[in-house]
Design a protein around this ligand. Structure first.
Ligand SMILES: [Zn+2]
Length: 479
């Protein structure tokens, strides 16, 4: 079961204060006197989040100032208290978005929070109703106004890591798409691969057209561009076709996932396994083409399920592997499982139960409902194809075989259910439950570096075996 890291405990004193206010002010003022239960800050490149948890819904007014960029939020019905003052110290120096937070009593019963930002931002301020172990949450999500393009970042990173024997042009100085620029050529080549480009990541998506949009026009090589020189290693790199494996560490941020009897959190373990698998993928080639891992989250923050799918589609991933270590209803349940999407019903009641639980992530992690509505309209959720599921079952089967060589399996075959995160219609997608964190023995194993490495090795062998039988280029041509 999912558990909040900070079980809310309203103090007796704050409850008494609230009661006094209700008596003095009458029932129409009942929202006044809310108690702050916890404050949290989740920094990440994608966006930084500030959460204020309270025993009643807070009423807030926001103002955004662009120069210098800062968000001011007036919270009504509360007085400045030590919990809110804690926010100031919770901002980390390396937060990519937040420079600092100031709090002050702006008027009687009105606290003003000012979030000073490091770069131009698109803030979202919204409230979340109580769920799981959380009470009411007031959330500020601070998205950068100019989000990083994940595909561009991936390719730039790949070029930076090219071996020293292959001298590379100065990538920072070259603009994508300019003649002779390997980054631009790689992006162009990657963009020409089949499949409709998904909407931008992490921001309100525009409404989807009824038919898939046309493939993004790739920057053409101008006619006056110098002819390719096959002997030059740098040019050879530029013509590589990156094989991209999207790794999706489950949960994160406000959504801890499952918690083991010893307190181990699923979100922490799966991120570690994803890092280890990323290292292995990045050191591997497929048919002479370099392989690259793309993490849908690379830190401890919440990524909505639909955004995970969008991100994988944005980088045109060849595979999508979601990594979990969930709890089950009894501590005796044990063993690894692999899941694919099902178009109809789930393959077992346990699979259906697990899919329902995973699909709750957005509620616990905390999604801005207004953004979610647009996502639902645009996310092509019902376009998953039989072909995708067939490929996912093949992928799942080899992964299960490899995991079975180093760990117990919960079921000897790939199971199917309606996991929201597996719904990219054009990417073979599986969800791996590496073990049950609710089982004390499995929790103990999951905590060890040796077991995490064995898991990453097994998943790597499975991915390699899948590509050996299903070459990614052949798959692309057949679309
Ligand atoms: Zn999970």
């Amino acid at each position: 079961m999912s558990e909040a890291p900070f079980p809310p405990q309203p103090s007796r004193r704050s409850l008494l204060q609230a009661g006094t206010l209700v008596l003095l002010l009458g029932t129409q003022q009942i929202a006044r006197g809310a108690s702050i239960l916890a404050v949290r800050v989740w920094p990440a490149q994608d966006y930084s989040r500030v959460t204020i948890e309270s025993d009643r819904q807070l009423v807030a007014k926001q103002f955004f100032v662009t120069t210098p960029p800062r968000l001011a939020v007036d919270i009504e019905g509360i007085d400045l208290n030590p919990e809110l003052r804690e926010l100031v110290a919770k901002v980390k120096a390396d937060d990519p978005n937040i420079a600092g937070i100031r709090v002050g009593q702006n008027a009687p019963n009105v606290v003003r929070l000012v979030v000073d930002l490091k770069r131009a931002a698109l803030p979202q301020v919204f409230t979340l109703p109580p769920i799981a172990a959380y009470q009411h949450r007031l959330v500020f999500d601070l998205y950068p106004a100019e989000p990083e393009d994940p595909l561009e970042a991936l390719i730039a990173e790949r070029l930076r890591e090219a071996p020293p024997s292959a001298p590379l042009p100065n990538i920072a100085a070259a603009k994508p798409g300019t003649p002779g620029d390997p980054l631009g050529e790689l992006i162009a080549q990657q963009s020409q691969r089949p499949g409709a480009p998904p909407p931008p990541v992490g921001l309100p998506a525009p409404a989807a057209p009824a038919t898939p949009p046309p493939v993004v026009a790739a920057a053409p090589t101008p006619p006056h561009a110098p002819p390719p020189t096959p002997a030059a290693p740098a040019i050879a790199k530029a013509t590589d076709r990156l094989i991209i494996v999207a790794l999706d560490p489950g949960h994160g941020g406000e959504d801890p996932g499952a918690t083991g009897p010893g307190g181990t959190r699923e979100k922490d373990i799966v991120l570690k396994v994803a890092y280890l698998l990323r290292d292995r993928i990045n050191a591997t080639t497929v048919g002479g083409n370099p392989m690259r891992a793309f993490l849908t989250r690379d830190a401890d923050y919440f990524v909505p399920l639909g955004v995970r799918v969008d991100k994988a589609r944005r980088v045109q991933a060849d595979l999508f592997v979601s990594i979990h270590a969930d709890a089950f209803t009894t501590p005796a349940a044990r063993g690894a499982s692999v899941f694919a999407l099902s178009q109809g019903g789930a393959s077992s009641s346990a699979a259906r139960w697990l899919a329902n639980k995973e699909n709750q992530s957005d509620l616990i992690g905390g999604l801005n409902v207004r953004v979610q509505d647009r996502h639902v309209q645009s996310a092509l959720l019902d376009m998953s194809t039989t072909a995708q599921i067939n490929d996912s079952l093949k992928l799942g089967s080899v992964l299960l075989g490899e995991i079975g060589s180093m760990a117990k399996l919960h079921k000897p075959r790939v199971e199917q259910a309606g996991f929201a995160v597996l719904k990219a219609p054009d990417i073979p997608s599986v969800l791996v439950e590496t073990a049950f964190i609710s089982n004390p023995e499995e929790e103990a194993k999951l905590r060890t570096a040796a077991y995490q490495q064995q898991l990453a090795d097994a998943l790597m062998r499975g991915i390699t075996r899948y590509f050996a039988k299903n070459p990614p280029l052949a798959r692309s041509r057949s679309v």
